[in-house]
Design a protein around this ligand. Structure first.
Ligand SMILES: [Zn+2]
Length: 228
């Protein structure tokens, strides 16, 4: 639908002076034989306005209404970007304009790729930033409440507090899990150390090869289930 059919004559902002209902009262509109529900094309005939000529004295602001050049093209949603240029509106475009940008991290392709499983990737994202609430971190915060931090120990092996490196996959239990699955992704030679695993993934992260994708999927899934 074009602007003339779509825009409500009195209520929409189709010019700087709008909405006209801000200063033209409903009674004025009815007295002029026009409808409150008029669309823009109902109050125009070519380039002439269909309201009484006296309105230009009553409401001088009408004199300054722009000479609208309307065509039959459809309405478009637009948006002003950071350079004040008008662009077509899209949620993708707007998000890119308003979002905060950080330096690109070298490991992002290990975490985010088109075949990734989002809940697994989210956990990988936390792990790579060492943001999981592991016991070594909790001990650093100090004891609060009734929790005795010295009693914390890994629930998989009970051999002292867990940490990112311990869980992925130096812990006796998770090391067995890792040994069991790594061959499936051709990673048999990769040790159980998180750094070694990330190094292996990093050099292949930008590749779309099956091996690279499976490697990333496998590491993400394994860490996910160990953490669970
Ligand atoms: Zn353990």
């Amino acid at each position: 639908m074009g602007l003339e059919e779509a825009a409500k004559a009195w209520y929409d902002k189709w010019a700087d002076q709008c909405p006209l209902i801000a200063f033209i009262r409903p009674r004025n509109i009815r007295d002029a034989g026009l409808s409150l529900y008029s669309r823009l094309h109902n109050i125009r005939n070519g380039s002439n306005w269909l309201w009484p000529v006296a309105w230009f004295d009553l409401f001088p602001v009408l004199i300054d209404l722009p000479h609208l050049q309307l065509n039959n093209s459809s309405d478009k949603l637009i948006w002003k970007d950071n350079n004040a240029s008008i662009i077509l509106f899209s949620t993708w475009g707007v998000w890119n304009i308003i979002r905060k940008r950080e330096q690109e991290v070298p490991w992002y392709k290990i975490v985010w790729f088109s075949q990734c499983i989002l809940c697994h990737s989210f956990l990988m994202w936390l792990i790579l930033q060492r943001k999981l609430k592991t016991q070594d971190q909790m001990m650093r915060w100090g004891g609060g409440g009734n929790l005795n931090m010295r009693l914390l120990c890994c629930s998989l092996c009970q051999r002292g507090p867990d940490s990112h490196n311990h869980l992925f996959f130096e812990c006796d239990f998770s090391q067995q899990v890792w040994s069991g699955v790594k061959g499936l992704a051709g990673m048999s030679n990769v040790s159980e150390k998180l750094e070694d695993i990330m190094d292996w993934l990093m050099v292949r992260a930008k590749s779309r090869s099956v091996r690279s994708v499976i490697g990333r999927l496998l590491v993400a899934a394994t860490t996910y289930y160990v953490w669970q």
